[in-house]
Design a protein around this ligand. Structure first.
Ligand code: NAD
Length: 354
């Protein structure tokens, strides 16, 4: 009780009123219909996978920005689907993904289901001519990538990926400061992830390990920042594992490029962080140095100048990422393909213990 209250108070400070309210509502799933739907002609969004992220992040951000446009949803868990439909006042949820995709009212579909299903749903959406936002990871196998990538390339402007780091205010400001800066970069990322119980679905072998579930975010951010000077033609990957039984957590990844860039990612999950995942970044390129503390503060130096930024609410880039289908500011799809292939390559290395 006291822990729950303390967490809510902390979340109010970190995420603000609305996100905290949706987070609590998404966890409890007890509230009746809350968000009034918009007029029928602007209700055009479907959701596949009605879990916590769809409810508390996608639901909150879309409804706060554009009003409630949800018109259909599905989830194999009756509880998840019915409570999502009740809260967002979806009168007759499709129940299965095929029906949501075939629903003529759904012009844009958010896929926020289990990892192994993302690319299958995305392919079905694109084949049906829909626009689709795919939560991370967009694939968990090379076979899925081979099927999705050609379709996604042909559907440019209709497909969006949920990797949010590059959309954060901090990373966008570093990008602006680095314009015109030459030379290799150094990027150090430290991720203190959730402590997942043994039976958590992220651990199911077909879901692609925590490399697909969590570390993929950081590989994608690394590719995005490396791409400021052009995507490198080769990357040397070195892994260190602390625990031979659970190689996808408490591990580090080092990436070195032929032009001298160095990226390190440390993933630690030794206890549950009370305020959620905690992420730190240190960056240097030329005379630009940045230190980001959990996307809540950043100190930035360039030559003799120094800036201090505070992000309230915490800005990991979720809002800008989720709004891509509306804002027209979407990621370069080629970066997403490269980061996905790198993630799958690292996943294979982790599985093999290389
Ligand atoms: N971008 C981010 O920062 C971020 C953060 C958290 C979660 N996520 C992503 O959001 C997605 C959902 O995660 P979550 O935290 O909401 O997990 P969750 O467990 O709360 O929700 C997942 C939901 O998917 C449903 N589901 C399972 N198999 C399905 C299938 N075959 N078809 C349709 N639905 C299915 C489950 O019943 C569940 O309701 C994942 O891809 C996760 O990686 C992204």
């Amino acid at each position: 009780m006291i822990r729950g209250l303390t967490k809510t108070i902390r979340f109010l400070g970190i995420y603000g009123w609305w996100r905290t309210f949706y987070k609590v509502a998404g966890r409890s799933r007890r509230l009746p219909g809350f968000v009034r739907p918009r007029l029928a002609r602007v209700r055009d969004v479907g959701v596949i996978g009605c879990g916590q992220f769809a409810f508390a992040t996608i639901g909150c951000i879309l409804c706060r920005r554009f009003g409630n446009r949800f018109v259909d949803c599905c989830d194999p868990s009756h509880e998840a689907q019915s409570t999502f439909a009740r809260f967002f006042r979806i009168a007759a949820p499709g129940g299965v993904a095929q029906k949501v995709i075939a629903n003529p009212s759904c012009e844009l579909i958010y896929v926020a289901s289990n990892h192994a299903s993302h690319s299958r749903y995305a392919v079905a959406c694109l084949e049906a001519g829909k626009r689709v936002y795919i939560e991370k990871p967009i694939c968990t196998t090379v076979e899925q990538a081979a099927q999705l990538f050609p379709l996604a390339r042909a559907a440019r402007g209709r497909v969006f990926a949920g990797y949010n780091g590059p959309h954060s205010a901090a990373i966008r400001e570093i990008a602006r400061r680095c314009e015109g800066t030459d030379g290799p970069l150094s990027l150090m990322c430290i991720v203190l992830g959730h402590l997942l119980p043994a039976g958590h679905w992220y651990r199911d072998p077909q879901e692609g390990t925590r490399i697909c579930g969590n570390v993929g975010h950081w590989l994608d951010l690394a590719i995005h920042m490396l791409a400021w000077q052009g995507i490198p033609t080769s990357i040397e990957v070195t892994l260190s594992f602390a625990d031979p039984e659970g190689r996808d957590e408490n591990m580090s990844i080092a990436l070195a490029t032929e032009r001298g860039d160095l990226v390190t990612i440390v993933m630690s999950a030794r206890g549950e962080p009370f305020e959620g995942i905690n992420e730190s970044i240190v960056f240097q390129q030329g005379d630009v140095i940045a230190k980001i503390d959990d996307f809540r503060t950043m100190t930035l130096w360039q030559d003799h100048k120094r800036w201090r930024r505070r992000y309230r609410p915490k800005d990991v880039g979720h809002a800008a990422a989720i709004c891509q289908p509306f804002s027209g500011r979407s990621r370069d799809w080629f970066e997403i393909e490269v980061s996905t292939l790198l993630m799958l390559f690292v996943t294979d290395m982790v599985r093999a213990g290389v």
